[in-house]
Design a protein around this ligand. Structure first.
Ligand code: NI
Length: 139
């Protein structure tokens, strides 16, 4: 575990009030953990700017399974991609809708390309690409 350092931050009272309201709503017990998470998030985003770096991502899709060609199209895209699919999770959330979470590993640019391609398929009602990182990269 790395050494812990304390540092002071100056900011306006209004901004601090808004920050406290937000982190309270999110369930944080204290400002330190909220600030640490914000810093980790920015560092992860920064790492994703290096497109050749090996990393992780999870894409969440909600689609109507009556759109018959969509599931096979999703499978085809995953087989054809340079990204490695680590696993996926499928839930039938109601009579018409499926929710799928696909976890993948590979170069940032390949993960982004595959995620965006799946999200843009016709029939996908909601899609979100979550960029991840290894805990060894972000302490
Ligand atoms: Ni389903």
């Amino acid at each position: 575990m790395s050494d812990t350092v304390r540092f002071g931050v100056s900011l306006g009272l209004d901004l601090l009030d808004q920050f406290d309201t937000l982190i309270n709503k999110m369930g944080y017990d204290n400002r330190s953990e909220a600030v640490r998470d914000l810093i980790r998030q920015k560092l992860t985003e920064e790492q994703w700017q290096a497109p050749d770096r090996q990393t992780f991502a999870a894409v969440m899709l909600v689609y109507n399974h009556h759109k018959m060609s969509l599931p096979s199209r999703l499978t085809e895209l995953q087989h054809d991609s340079l990204a490695k699919i680590i696993g996926s999770f499928h839930v039938h959330i109601d009579r018409h809708s499926c929710l799928e979470i696909i976890v993948m590993r590979g170069k940032g640019k390949d993960l982004r390309a595959l995620g965006e391609r799946m999200i843009s398929l016709k029939g996908v009602k909601y899609g979100k690409l979550n960029l991840g990182t290894s805990t060894e990269d972000i302490h």
